[in-house]
Each structure stands twice: as C-alpha cells, then as structure tokens.
Design a protein around this ligand. Structure first.
Ligand code: NAP
Length: 320
C-alpha cells in the first residue's frame, strides 16, 4: 500500500480505503463482511469509512465494523483511521435527518456506541442540507472535535460555495477541515471541476467515493444486470434505470483501453483518479474479497499516456 499526505495536515491515508455503505449491513452475509475487512487490513487498507445510516438497516454497518474490530482487530486501534458521518436520514422523524447541531451531536454519540470506539479519527458533516446554516453545522463539528469524540473534522458533498464557507469557519476555530469527501469517477467529474480546486486551495485532503460509479465502471453490466449486483438489489442505491445503454457502451469501450494497458476496467478507473495528485485516497466498495483484491491491482497500474487520457475523456464525455 502507498500512503498520501492528507492536505496540509500531518495525517497520511492509504491510496485505497474501504467504505461500508453497501454490503456490511445486517441483511448482508456477516462472514463475507468480516473477510473483506480483514482482507483490506492485511493489504494495508487502514482507513475505514462509515456513516450513521450505512446498512441496511441504518446503523448496522457500524455495528458490523464494531464487532469485527472487537473480535479481530482490537489491539490495532491506533494503527487505523476510522471515519463516520451524520446528515442523511437515519430514522424517520424531525431529528433523524439533516445537518443540525441536534442531529450531528446525538448521531456522533450513537455512532460511537454502535462501533464501540472511544473516538472517530474524522467525523464528517455528510451533506449540506440547504436549511441549516453552515455556521451551525461547523460549530457542531468543532465541538465534537474539542470534546474528544473525533480527532478531525470533515465535510462531504458540500457545494463549492458552502465548502469555502465551511473551510473558513473551521480554520478560524483552529479545527481545520482535514478532508472533503466527493463523488468522482471517469463518469462523474463535477466535483473534480467544482470541489477539488476549493479543497486544494484550503489545504484539505480529498477523498473520492464511488470510483467505479457503483459498479458501472466494471465489466459487470456488459451483458445485462446480473442477479447478484447492486442494480438488482432492491436495497441498492444503483437503480436498474441507471444502467443505461450509453453507460454500458462507454464501459465496454473503456474496457478496451484498460485491456490494452493490461488491467481491468475497475483497476484503470481507480488509477485514473489516483493520477490526480490532489487526491488523498479513493474509497472503494466491494461485495466480495475477490473484488477487493482485484481492485488493489490499481496500485500497480502503468502511468497514463496523454493519448490514453484523451481517449478516456472523449468516451466519458458522451455520458457525462
Ligand atoms: N460521502 C458520501 O456521501 C458517500 C456517498 C457514497 C459512498 N461513499 C463512500 O464511498 C464508498 C464507496 O462507494 P461505492 O460502494 O459506491 O464505490 P464503488 O467502488 O464505485 O462501487 C462498489 C461496487 O461496485 C461493484 N464492484 C466493485 N469492484 C468490482 C469489480 N472488481 N468487478 C465488478 N464489480 C465490482 C460492487 O457491486 P456489486 O454489489 O454489484 O458486486 C461494489 O459493491 C462507500 O462505501 C462509502 O464509504 C460516501
């Protein structure tokens, strides 16, 4: 594993991190979830990404991680970097959603209980909710850090304007924004254009999520929607309607470039993000140990030639 410095902080993160949005809930196979966490750990992935609502059911991914931590990795707490977040719907009700101080503080406490951790390494505001003043959300993050419940503060999916306001407030309080988490992939470059420059200018690290567009940037959907896939899973966030002929055709053509480079489309897609030196880490999801191990091959990808980058952009431009 290679590690990159997270913005202007003293923290290093692995180039590839493991996220638990899908496949770690109480409806998933607990043995597979444990095997994936341990395979990640054995391969130098020391950064695990959680959120209060990850499951389903909401909260159960944190419980799964907490169980594996206790049974297998308890003595390694100081060697790992664990994040959680609050801001999306966790439970129905007026205090179960959003970016208010009320929700963030209560949610952080509940996430600590579920994981059994004494503190998170970074606690994120999961989203700008369009209602809560950024000042209120940032003050909650500052207080979470000052009370020792998290070591660092982070933000996720903030529009560039609110991202800048958040960074200013956090810097002024001397709890700088360690990291911003943004959706980015060959298929989805909005954050690369809008958020990356703001993060870089403010000394924040950048963590990319959904680097494979939830599986679309693999060979998985080239011949239809397999029964065991996120798009076929009623709990999955990838909908059948997201698997469009245009995206499948783009994946097929991108796969040909990957094959010429001697790698899989998944591996090339992760490497494509890591080629941007502003990126600190790419958070992958996986539904099996095999996927996880094969995606780690992106760490050995050859450098992209200017012609390859142009070809990739031209194909992706048709579906962006
Ligand atoms: N901050 C935020 O708002 C936010 C939002 C979303 C995600 N995240 C974080 O980012 C993490 C990653 O997101 P993601 O799960 O969408 O990432 P992703 O890497 O784009 O998608 C992962 C899915 O792609 C499929 N896949 C992975 N490797 C494959 C391979 N080699 N061959 C074929 N299929 C493969 C699997 O789906 P199948 O089930 O079909 O096998 C896997 O579950 C999340 O767990 C979470 O921690 C954060």
């Amino acid at each position: 594993m290679k590690y990159r410095k997270c913005g202007e902080s003293g923290v290093f993160l692995p180039e590839i991190s493991l996220g638990m949005w899908h496949n770690f809930g109480d409806r998933d196979d607990a043995a597979v979830a444990r095997d994936m966490i341990l395979a990640a750990w054995d391969n130098g992935i020391c950064h695990f990404d959680l959120a209060n609502n990850y499951g389903p059911s909401p909260g159960s991914a944190e419980e799964t991680f907490g169980r594996v931590l206790k049974s297998d990795l308890a003595s390694h707490r100081d060697e790992m970097f664990v994040s959680s977040k609050a801001g999306h719907e966790m439970w129905p009700g007026v205090y179960g959603d959003g970016s208010s101080r009320k929700n963030l503080i209560a949610s952080c406490n509940a996430s600590l209980r579920r994981t059994g951790l004494e503190y998170f390494d970074v606690f994120y505001s999961h989203r700008y909710d369009g209602v809560t003043p950024v000042e209120e959300t940032m003050q909650a993050l500052i207080d979470i850090v000052r009370s020792g419940k998290a070591l660092y503060a982070g933000i996720s999916k903030y529009p560039p304007r609110e991202q800048q306001i958040a960074c200013d407030i956090l810097r002024e309080a001397r709890v700088p924004c360690l990291v911003g988490q943004y959706r980015a992939s060959i298929f989805d470059t909005d954050a690369i254009r809008g958020n990356f420059p703001v993060a870089a200018a403010n000394g924040s690290g950048i963590v990319c999520f959904s680097p494979l567009a939830q599986g679309l940037l693999t060979d998985k959907y080239l011949n239809g929607i397999p029964a065991h896939s996120r798009a076929a899973n009623p709990d999955g966030y990838l909908k059948r309607s997201d698997v469009t002929p245009g995206k499948v055709e783009a994946a097929r053509r991108l796969g040909e470039i990957a094959a010429r480079r001697g790698e899989s489309l998944a591996s090339m897609s992760i490497a494509w993000l890591l080629a941007d030196k502003r990126v600190t880490s790419v958070i992958i999801g996986a539904s099996s140990v095999n996927q996880l191990l094969s995606n780690l091959k992106s760490l050995e990808s050859p450098a992209f030639t200017p012609d390859e980058l142009k070809e990739i952009d031209a194909i992706a431009a048709q579906i962006r």
